[in-house]
Design a protein around this ligand. Structure first.
Ligand code: IPD
Ligand code: CA
Length: 272
């Protein structure tokens, strides 16, 4: 299959995921069916979403699959790896908060630079974000770009502090107090698409809790839309493509804003 066939397959599959998850409905939203390969509990909706994606990728054949619930599956030794998070924002889904998505990336090799296609679908609105390596990012087929906000004082910054250490919370205080607004909606892949689309200006997650499954597709979408990603020291983000490695990152709409946020992250890190 060529890249545009893959893209169509993933866009269609994520639409079916949306229907499947909607069918779980209010009654089923809290139902748990076990524990996934990542060690987190698997909701009925996580499993339903994953089954749709595994079936679709089976049709494409010849790929290995890394998924949050099922772990590593598919053809051993295959060049292409599909990295899935069937539902990002499961806890929102469980509580009936309308902010969650499904996320799929196709990667050649195992590095961020090898991500060829990323698809994130908002499972509430149905909006679909697509990133294509070297060819930009779209929302519902229309090109998207990150914002032009270059000052922290004018920036809306997503900061994930969930289950952060107290030190981690204190360390980010300068960024929180320097920003125009601080937000976090509970589905990091979808929040990175908000960054790609200019709805927020930066996103910071220094907890060392995020995994590649939550990140791969949205990383490509945001990067192709103009976002800058580094670790807190300005170094390259280098996640392992497995379910064990957890990492930290700072993502911003442009270099000027990124520089300002990193300066505050570093200052706060020195104060710890
Ligand atoms: C989670 C969301 C959440 C973040 C967690 C992720 P999940 O994904 O992105 O915002 O705080 O670290 O694991 O568990 O719903 O797939
Ligand atoms: Ca998940």
């Amino acid at each position: 299959m060529n890249e545009s066939d893959w893209e169509k397959l993933l866009v269609d599959a994520t639409d079916r995921v949306r229907n499947k998850v909607a069918a779980v409905g209010l009654e089923g939203r809290g139902t748990t069916v076990g524990v996934g390969a990542s060690g987190d509990k698997t909701l009925l909706a996580d499993k339903a979403a994953e089954d749709v994606l595994l079936e679709a990728l089976g049709e494409g054949s010849g790929v290995r699959i890394l998924s949050e619930e099922a772990g590593l599956k598919g053809k051993r030794g295959a060049q292409t790896l599909a990295v899935l998070d069937p539902i990002d924002g499961s806890s929102n889904f469980e509580k009936g908060v309308p902010f969650y998505c499904t996320s799929v990336a196709l990667v050649e090799g195992e590095s961020l630079g090898g991500i060829k296609i990323g698809v994130v679908r908002d499972l509430v609105s149905g909006d679909v974000f697509v990133g294509r390596q070297g060819r930009g990012a779209t929302k519902n087929g229309r090109p998207i770009r990150t914002s032009r906000t270059t000052n922290l004082a004018e920036a809306v910054v997503g900061i994930d502090l969930s289950r952060s250490s107290a030190e981690g919370v204190v360390g980010l205080a300068p960024v929180v107090s320097g920003a125009k607004r601080q937000v976090h909606f509970g589905a990091n892949a979808l929040e990175l698409c908000d960054l790609a689309d200019g709805r927020i200006d930066a996103f910071v997650d220094l907890r060392e809790k995020i995994r590649i499954t939550d990140f791969a597709a949205a990383f490509l979408i945001a990067t192709e839309a103009g976002a800058i990603f580094t670790d807190a020291d300005g170094g390259e983000v280098r996640p392992a493509f497995d379910l064990e490695h957890r990492f930290a990152f700072v993502a911003s709409a442009n270099r000027a804003l990124h520089k300002e946020i990193l300066r505050l992250c570093k200052t706060s890190a020195r104060r710890r």
